[in-house]
Design a protein. Structure first.
Length: 398
């Protein structure tokens, strides 16, 4: 479920009642053009049988329209079901228009939209033209041709072909989302393979050597205990070195980097439906300690925006800044949201308090500003003056 934004994303089935209502309102707003048939029925100039037929036909028509446009755009229906519903919808449009008059010709506009939303592109074009032509032929019989062409033919054509474009956009969005998921899965698989290769390279030789020396020590122990003791000492040395190598490798995997966290923040915000303005590059030559701390700050800040802010837009900036107190490396995360009622507050030690503690270790500071326009988090770490030696080691803890 999309936690950061309550609206269902394009091409996705609604997962909550609120998302369903939002999507129904977006699709149903175009039903306002049904005002002409409804007004025709309310005028009371039709016979009772015709009025009953009109109401039943109108309810059935709208139900089919919503089933085709509302559901099919998220979860495609079976081909036979689509053709059957379109045929039923077209039959209702023809019957109601011939039986009840010109106000019902507007139903053909919805037939065109349904064809554009459900049929393949090539077939949809012919279906839209056929629907418009049928509406024109019936319209010429029940009203003046000058009232049909500008008032209904143009909306039928525009609505139908516009819906083919919307459907293409939905299909492209779904394919893009699936491609991103595939890329993420491939990246995770590649990372697991890399870790497996590195661990094999680190431990394969050491474990083989430990096994060999253990066998030698076992054979030497009865007759040459002194030589066996030397083998055991070698085993201890190899084991310690292997442990050091593993710890160094794991530390390398776990070390947070600012470019990686910028990419991760951009992905997380976009996945949550939040418009993300995140830079792709970072200043060159950043001190390693400062970069790692800011990377952890960015990860926590982006997580808080997704979970707690209810924001629609988030901006991340990172760069050097000259102030009266000297040069600073500054990271700023600003969103336009407000905490949702009942949302859990960040836990001390893992949230803002934890970030302040990390920054304190590199003489940095954390500032927050919760205003009417959203929440802003700013992290600053002091940098050495321009031209000062040892820049990579200049950010020191207290």
């Amino acid at each position: 479920m999309n936690q950061g934004h309550p609206a269902a994303r394009i091409g996705m089935s609604p997962e909550t009642r609120r998302q369903m209502l939002q999507k129904l309102m977006w699709v149903g707003i175009w039903l306002a053009f049904m005002g002409a048939p409804v007004a025709d029925l309310l005028d009371g100039h039709h016979a009772t049988a015709a009025t009953v037929f009109g109401w039943l036909g109108l309810v059935g028509f709208v139900s089919v329209y919503l089933a085709l446009v509302l559901r099919h755009t998220a979860r495609p229906l079976a081909t036979t079901t689509v053709y059957g519903l379109l045929g039923f919808q077209a039959a209702l449009a023809v019957s109601l228009s011939l039986a009840l008059g010109s106000p019902w010709l507007v139903l053909f506009v919805y037939v065109s939209v349904s064809c554009g939303a459900t049929l393949p592109m090539a077939l949809a074009s012919w279906a839209i033209l056929a629907s418009t032509a049928t509406m024109t032929l019936i319209g010429v019989r029940v009203t003046h041709v000058g009232d049909v062409v500008p008032g209904l033919v143009i909306p039928a054509l525009l609505g139908g072909f516009a819906m083919t474009g919307v459907r293409h956009l939905i299909r492209t969005s779904v394919e893009l989302r699936e491609a991103r998921a595939t890329v993420a899965q491939l990246a995770a698989n590649e990372e697991r393979l890399r870790m497996a290769r590195d661990l094999h390279d680190l431990l394969g030789h050491s474990l083989s050597l430990i096994t060999l020396k253990s066998e030698l020590a076992g054979r030497m122990l009865p007759d040459h205990p002194d030589r066996a003791a030397q083998q055991v000492a070698d085993i201890e040395q190899v084991s310690r070195q292997a442990l050091v190598d593993v710890r160094a490798a794991v530390s390398g995997y776990r070390r947070a980097t600012l470019p990686a966290e910028l990419a991760g923040a951009r992905t997380a915000l976009s996945a949550a439906g939040i418009q993300a303005d995140v830079p792709s590059d970072v200043p060159e030559g950043l001190p390693a300690a400062a970069e790692e701390v800011l990377a952890w700050v960015l990860r926590e800040a982006a997580t808080n925006v997704v979970r707690h802010s209810g924001a629609r837009h988030c901006t991340v900036t990172v760069g050097e800044r000259q102030t009266l107190d000297g040069r600073f490396l500054e990271l700023r995360v600003q969103d336009d949201g407000k905490p949702r009622p009942g949302a859990p507050a960040p836990v001390a030690g893992n949230g803002l308090t934890g970030l302040a503690e990390r920054l304190a270790k590199v003489s940095g500071a954390l500032e927050t500003d919760a205003g009417r326009k959203g929440f802003t988090l700013t992290a600053r770490i002091p940098l050495p003056p321009e031209g000062a030696p040892g820049r990579d080691d200049a950010v020191l803890g207290p």
